[in-house]
Design a protein around this ligand. Structure first.
Ligand code: HEM
Length: 411
């Protein structure tokens, strides 16, 4: 990437091919989003999407890697793609930049290390089996509602040290924030803000009583541990704590739900791949990586801090960019036979957890949750398939996820 001579008077659409993409639309057929990105990427590694305030979509793997790693030129931004307004909700550490972001990552790192996550193995396995118990005798389930949404949410509450009682509210807020029904127009954005306010209020009501408790009285978990954190020798403010809890809520729940959805959709519709996992469970760790590579779900925005150029396309200071990890993972120029799931693929590296300073903090936890879900499910329900009579749709927007996944098996 080099500095460019473009002037702000040059329209973005004449500097970069425009893609025929509907970004924030109504629910669509499952996997339509990944296919739409495949088509866009084959036209050019960077394309222009003229929706909302308009943005450059980084579809190529190499270009996504470069943009994600260059946080000085492409910092995080709270500017919303739909309206151009700046969101009032800071998400710590995701929306932080520079030294403050680094300080937070130093504090958070040890809580999400592989060693720390290993200790959750038995609890996560128990959570998977408890959920399977609730529907195995039915011979069918909506995998999204009955398993994929509830599994990480229960683990999140335990990890954070929060009571399970509010699980249903959390699920409702999560959908309103991350998958607004764009068919409702401005009401969808209002609903998203209302849900963000409700989650924030939920955490406000958690923090105050815990602060009032002695250390011995406080329930175990990350919410309590965070009360003692210091940045630059100063205790973390309640405002920053709330932003951190809000991000954990958004980053930790929906992502695992979404990856489980696409992973199980793949296995339900590719019986030979499913059978390989049943016959050779030692392949499950590799299969988890390969399914992550093939079905990434996070498209993430940045704002250009200066005039620059990506793959020959001039980008001006202040213009918005979306790194499309869901496209990057499927880029034929980076992965041989990119659209095939190969559970014995040798190069298992991928960008599904991002790259650069904002690389996913929860990747070890996420991998652990996914691997355990594939292991426990296939021990108990080895043969299952998609119920073709029921629609299988996905939400459109920055976060890709299945709205439902109707599965069936023999009772
Ligand atoms: C399979 C599931 C997951 C996927 C695919 C995923 C993906 C990602 C991606 C792509 C990013 C970088 C976003 C960017 O570049 O702007 C990210 C950041 C982040 N993720 Fe995840 N994530 C997952 C699970 C989790 C879990 C379970 C947690 C925590 C419990 C978590 C916590 C975070 C946090 C805190 C950040 C922000 C890091 C920073 O800005 O420094 N994620 N995730």
């Amino acid at each position: 990437m080099t500095q460019t001579q473009s002037t702000p008077s040059t329209p973005a659409s004449s500097r970069c091919p425009v893609a025929n993409i509907q970004w924030e639309g109504p629910a669509r057929e499952a996997l339509a989003g990944h296919r739409m990105l495949d088509e866009a990427r084959r036209s050019n590694p960077i394309v222009r999407v003229e929706e909302g305030i308009g943005f450059f979509l980084i579809a190529g793997h190499e270009e996504a890697l470069q943009v994600a790693q260059d946080a000085e030129t492409f910092p995080q931004s709270l500017k919303m793609l739909s309206t151009g307004e700046y969101s009032p909700f800071e998400l710590v550490p995701e929306t932080l930049n520079g030294p403050m972001h680094t300080k937070w990552r130093r504090v958070l790192g040890s809580y999400f290390s592989p060693g720390r996550i290993e200790k959750w193995d038995a609890r996560i396995r128990a959570r998977a089996n408890d959920l399977i118990d609730t529907f195995i005798d039915r011979g069918r389930c909506d995998f999204t509602a009955d398993f994929a949404l509830r599994y990480p949410t229960g683990i999140f509450l335990e990890f954070m040290g929060l009571p399970l009682g509010q699980l249903e509210d959390l699920l409702k807020w999560e959908t309103a924030i991350l998958h607004p029904d764009y068919a409702q127009g401005p009401a969808a954005i209002a609903g998203m803000h209302a849900a963000q306010a409700a989650v924030t209020q939920y955490f406000v009501e958690v923090i105050a009583p815990r602060r009032a408790m002695t250390r011995d009285q406080r329930p175990a978990g990350l919410v309590t541990e965070a009360l003692e954190w210091k940045i630059d020798g100063e205790p973390v403010s309640d405002t920053d704590l709330l932003s951190f809890y809000l991000l954990m809520f958004m980053a930790g729940l929906d992502t695992v739900t979404a990856e489980l959805g696409y992973g199980f959709l793949h296995l339900a519709t590719h019986p030979a791949d499913r059978q390989r996992l049943v016959d050779r469970p030692e392949l499950i760790a590799n299969a988890t990586e390969e399914l992550l590579r093939l079905y990434p779900i996070v498209n993430t925005p940045r704002e250009a801090a200066r005039d620059t150029e990506i793959a020959g396309c001039p980008v001006l200071k202040g213009e918005m960019i979306v790194i499309s990890y869901p496209s990057a993972g499927r880029d034929e120029s980076s992965y041989p036979d990119a659209l095939t799931a190969d559970f014995e693929r040798v190069d298992l590296s991928h960008l599904t957890f991002g790259a650069g300073p904002h690389r996913c903090l929860g990747s070890h936890l996420a991998r652990h949750e996914l691997t355990i879900a594939y292991q426990e499910w296939h021990k108990r329900i080895p043969e299952y398939w998609l119920d073709e009579r029921v629609a299988c749709t996905e939400a459109a927007g920055g976060m890709m996820t299945l709205n439902s996944l109707p599965l069936q098996w023999k009772r």
